[in-house]
Design a protein around this ligand. Sequence first.
Ligand code: XMP
Length: 429
Amino acid sequence: MKQDMILVLDLGSQENPRLAREIRSLGVYSEIHPHDITLEQVHALPNVKGIIVNGGPNRVVDGVEIDVSTEIYNCELPVLLVDHKGEVGWPEDEADRKEALANFVFGLCQAEPNWNMENFIADQVELIRRQVGDKKVLLALSGGVDSSVVAALLIKAIGKQLTCVHVNHGLLRKGEPEQVVKVFRDEMDANLVYVDAVDRFLDKLAGVSDPEQKRKIIGGEFIRVFEEEARKLEGISFLGQGTIYPDIIESGTKTVKAVKSHHNVGGLPEDLDFELVEPLKMLFKDEVRACGKALGLPDSMVYRQPFPGPGLGVRCLGAITRDRLEAVRESDAILREEFAKNGLEGKVWQYFTAIPDIKSVGVRDGVRADEWPVIIRAVNTVDAMTATVEDVPFALLQHITDRITHEVKGVNRVLYDLTPKPTGTIEWE
Ligand code: XMP
């Protein structure tokens, strides 16, 4: 194993992720573990050089005060107590805090600053091989950042012992299913099962206009298709998952209640009880992207903008029809192409088109044409809770309008959504 590690033990401080990131910013890998970890479990972790017990206001859980076991306090490793019943002070000033941390990490613990993506990947490859042995792993590969990076890492570690299943539900953006096949099957030589489930999803969705109902159908059907594929495969023991650290925080820890339940695949029947392989679960999003880049994934995959699970299904407003779905997919592709050409690709947080279920009168080739409008949405945000609208140059909007109304079948108008969140949400449904 190549990396030294500082353990952060969770006594309910909201600052744990920040502390782990601070340690990583010193070049030393850090992981957060629950307060009730045993010394045996600590010893089983690779290259632990020191432990920080990080206290906080949530130390009382369900009326019981929690603490780390005395065997850990008394172990041979350096242990730093932070904000713990006031026994050890912790500098408030940012510079002092960093210096105190560096003194502990490098002085007392003698850790080496050897945290980088190459070492992380090398260590994870070794850990995955140890966990999996000669058994087989299954992975639902959506083509999103997290599942793509975990796929690339698993392919590097265990090659053909991994089977990736890509379900094309017909609601992906233009070129996305093809890119998944090209990158993973053609270039990385992975075992990839490509499932064309387009008709199945669209048939289920026919006539359904309620947005929550649409989401439920898409999510439920996805699990069913994946489960069917899993049952066809012989001898699978593990399920790979692109869980990342923010997912774990959102799902709640032993000291912090869940914000929302998290599931990347979720809801698989109990008789398909796989053990999980989650090599990215200690990484933050920017680190996951760096890992993907180091594994050779294309920028268009690694820096992909957020895309909702139900995909274009919630951008084809109301009951989904194939013709409007194609119109939203084609107009989205034009928008993405023009934003990339004009330097907006990495600058705007999220941008897309939506198509409402209304028609308006227009003129095409001198005759009346009743066609749909397309709405462009381009927003910036930090946490998706509030958002501002991108000030897209007017000439570019005109050019995009010209292209969409001439290249996309059935669209005669283009609208630009000027509404921040609130009052509008980012998506239209
Ligand atoms: P809203 O529309 O709530 O969107 O302002 C905030 C962010 O969440 C994404 N979003 C979803 N993501 N499943 C997802 O995985 C969903 O059902 C869903 N709905 C919205 C949206 O794209 C934006 O980034």
